[in-house]
Unconditional design. Structure first.
Length: 375
């Protein structure tokens, strides 16, 4: 049977929420701070922009109970809305804060340049002994350069230090002992030359990190400067908490969120290098839908229970008549029960075509936007 044409794929979907690669290339999907750090499972900022224009007005307060990499916070701020984001992951909260904060740009750039220079002088750092995981996944020189930069971070002002931590994490992701074509899901360290499917030639594992620290420091400053021209004075609050129990500082006017899928992505392991190098608080056992739990019947039941708690607790803190927009690929048909349990009425279910999934996740993909309100 012939594959469906693009026209057939788009026949029953919302065209305003579906883009071709030509219409929306990667550099637009990762514009300004949205490209500060790779993050699997995030939705594109253009999607949030459409939601904001359809369902909200400037001055509203938008809440995301699964803030992830902060896409909702950034786009809602540009739109002119107050925002609150919550996440159980310390790394997600760090990344969301860094993306959405306001900086004294000159001071930030000077501090990053100074940190890079001081890290060069401090290399190598001998104490404390790095973890076995770090020794396994990084060449000695690369690990030494990363740890030297990490030791300098502690003397920076808090907001500047957070930016430097994201740069350190991004550099660590690139400096691991893995193949160039498998940065998303490396299963074991690569210590010998290999045929690289990305570069179509024989490559060697990375043995240094300083070049990545410099490259990503420059790129980070460029992206933060671009966002600074768009950022509004609206407040952004990031809460490192469990969205099943968190108490919000105000009553939001609506929700825009993309929850984790059951048993698909290990959101802690995805950024293991950051947790190891930055000593971030590890709350992986509290993550909903963690990959380690799998997709057995009992795991899916636990996912339904947990998501029901999140959205019931969220609904109880929203303003009257608030919109709740949930972006999800509900392949197990779990959300009708979740919405019923949470007291949310489904007013519309919009299907969109996800035009491009990169790397090993390439292929046709569809997801739904569940448009809900409290009953």
């Amino acid at each position: 049977m012939a594959a469906p044409t693009q026209e057939a794929l788009y026949a029953e979907i919302d065209l305003e929420l579906s883009w071709s690669e030509g219409d929306l290339p990667q550099f637009e999907r990762t514009k300004h701070v949205h490209g500060l750090h790779p993050y699997l499972g995030k939705y594109i900022p253009q999607l949030v922009d459409v939601f904001l224009k359809r369902y909200f007005v400037p001055g509203d307060c938008i809440y995301d109970p699964f803030v992830g990499s902060g896409t909702t916070l950034v786009e809602a701020n540009v739109f002119g809305a107050e925002t609150i984001g919550c996440d159980i992951s310390a790394f997600n909260c760090l990344l969301s804060r860094v993306k959405s904060s306001r900086y004294a740009l000159g001071e930030l750039e000077l501090s990053l340049r100074g940190a890079l220079e001081e890290a060069r002088r401090r290399y190598p750092i001998m104490d404390p002994e790095p973890s076995a995981w770090l020794r396994e996944w990084f060449a000695p020189r690369a690990l030494g350069e990363l740890r030297a930069f990490g030791s300098v971070i502690e003397r920076l002002e808090t907001a500047q230090a957070d930016v430097a931590r994201v740069i350190l994490s991004r550099a660590a992701r690139s400096a691991r002992l893995t193949t160039h074509f498998d940065l998303d899901f490396p299963r074991k360290p690569t210590t010998h030359p290999y045929y690289c499917h990305k570069h179509k030639r024989t490559c060697r594992p990375v043995d240094e990190a300083a070049k990545f620290l410099t490259r990503y420091s420059n790129d980070t400053m460029r992206r933060i400067r671009e966002f600074a021209d768009l950022r509004t004075e609206c407040s952004v609050t990031v809460l490192h908490a469990d969205s099943r129990t968190v108490e919000l500082p105000t009553r939001p006017d609506g929700v825009i969120t993309s929850p984790p899928y059951p048993g698909l992505i290990d959101y802690h392991e995805q950024h293991r290098y950051a947790y190891e190098l930055l000593a971030l608080v590890d709350r992986r056992n509290e993550e909903i839908g963690a990959a380690a739990s799998g997709r057995s019947r009992s795991a899916l039941g636990a996912y339904v229970d947990a998501m029901s708690e999140v959205f019931a607790h969220t609904r109880s803190q929203l303003a009257a008549g608030a919109w709740v927009l949930i972006v999800v690929n509900d392949s197990h048909s779990l959300y009708p029960e979740i919405l019923e349990n949470a007291g949310l009425a489904l007013e519309d279910r919009i299907t969109r075509h996800v035009n491009r999934r990169t790397g090993r996740r390439a292929g046709e993909f569809f997801e739904d936007i569940l448009v809900c309100r409290g009953r």
